[in-house]
Write a protein that binds this ligand. Structure first.
Ligand SMILES: Cc1c2[nH]c(c1CCC(=O)O)Cc1[nH]c(c(CCC(=O)O)c1C)Cc1[nH]c(c(CCC(=O)O)c1C)Cc1[nH]c(c(C)c1CCC(=O)O)C2
Length: 349
């Protein structure tokens, strides 16, 4: 496992090749996923260890990526503490009774590892199946989760969430600090079961100004990530967060996820001490091969000046992506950056 290019890159060491994995690599773009999921709701699938292990393995088998991302969802721990939340196909998480008052804060009890034994079981199966490929555990950051709970579902402007932050800051901090404890515990359960890195998804943090991010989100994301500090590398990612790059590093995460809107050479100038993850525009997977490979090369070139680089998309794989195109990207990244010893060289040593 010490040979894992992904873990070496996370630690800021020189990997044998640039590691590559894709956010949302397990999911709707794969025909074998659709087949495995047929007739099972998303949350039910997340609670079925054999199915979780199979779906997590599918992109590893197909693409030869350097890490597996655990098949689950950011709302799984919220559902596990008894909140009535569903993942509606084509929409996203929908909450039956949104959270908006002091009394609602009390509905967020702590997560007990006993609430999610299916997670421990699924990771137990995966650690055996994965061999040398590391498993990334994950959680949603308090702000992103709180937005679903307060809005009641997906939101473009996060208006109710922002209004609550400013008009009832004690209710906001009550909700967000309880979510931080839940996220921290969810990450710990995954690491204790065998996940070798974690990613905190603050997908919607880009909707906040830097001042609001620092005041309302950063302390809670920091608390969530503190749960697994010193045990595994931590990756932190948000969408449209160019104005927050520096602030987001203050959570203490070792790796900064960069979305496709900021070139990696610019991110490297601003974050010289951070390993960067990213950032091919997911839409390029739908482009022709020549354009796709040119942009893949451009990402690799821009990453040269970074302290370290983990190749990824700038956000999740789009549902219409052709798996063959993702395979093309993995092979290109490996071919261009691999300097693993050849048989001949190894024999000479
Ligand atoms: C915001 C967010 C959610 N979930 C997640 C985020 C953060 C990442 C991001 O910004 O993309 C994280 C997530 N969700 C899922 C994973 C699994 C691992 C992976 O392949 O990356 C991960 C890491 C599975 C999933 N989570 C979901 C699917 C699709 C469900 C299906 O196949 O029926 C998958 C594979 C559902 C989901 N869950 C959520 C949304 C918005 C949706 C899409 C709803 C839809 O359009 O159908 C909430």
């Amino acid at each position: 496992m010490s040979q894992s290019p992904f873990l070496a890159a996370c630690r800021g060491e020189e990997p044998s090749r640039t590691p590559v994995w894709f956010m949302r690599q397990a999911g709707r773009s794969l025909p074998e996923y659709k087949e495995a999921r047929a007739g099972t709701s998303m949350l039910e699938a997340c609670r079925t260890p054999e199915l979780v292990a199979e779906i997590t393995m599918q992109p590893v088998r197909r693409y030869g990526v350097d890490a597996a991302i655990f098949f689950s969802d950011i709302v799984v721990p919220i559902a596990a503490i008894g909140v009535d939340i569903e993942i509606v196909p084509g929409t996203g998480p929908v909450v039956a009774e949104p959270f908006r008052t002091e009394d609602d804060v009390k509905r967020l009890r702590n997560l007990d590892p006993c609430d999610v034994t299916y997670i421990t079981e699924a990771i137990g199966l995966l650690v055996k199946d994965l061999g040398d490929t590391p498993l990334i555990g994950f959680a949603g950051a308090p702000f992103t989760l709180a937005s679903y709970l307060i809005e009641g579902g997906p939101s473009r402007d996060h208006a109710k969430t922002k209004a609550l932050m400013h008009s009832a800051p004690e209710v906001w901090h009550g909700i967000a600090s309880r979510l931080a404890a839940i996220c921290g515990e969810f990450l710990r359960v995954q690491v204790e079961a065998g996940a070798q890195a974690v990613q905190l998804f603050d997908s919607w943090a880009g909707a906040l100004s830097e001042a609001d991010y620092r005041r309302f989100a950063l302390p809670h994301s920091t608390a969530a990530l503190a749960g697994v500090a010193q045990s595994v590398p931590r990756i932190h990612f948000g969408v449209g967060t160019g104005h927050l790059l520096e602030a987001m590093t203050e959570t203490g995460a070792e790796v900064s996820g960069v979305d496709f809107r900021i070139p990696l050479d610019q991110a490297a100038k601003r974050l010289p001490d951070k390993v960067l993850q990213g950032n091919l525009d997911p839409a390029l997977i739908l482009a022709d091969d020549a354009a796709l490979l040119a942009e893949t090369d451009a990402v690799l070139d821009a990453a040269q000046s970074a302290k370290g680089h983990i190749f990824n998309l700038g956000h999740g794989v789009l549902p219409d992506s052709d798996p063959e195109k993702l395979k093309l990207v993995v092979d290109r990244v490996h071919e261009r950056t691999g300097h693993e010893r050849t048989g001949g060289e190894a024999a000479r040593r």
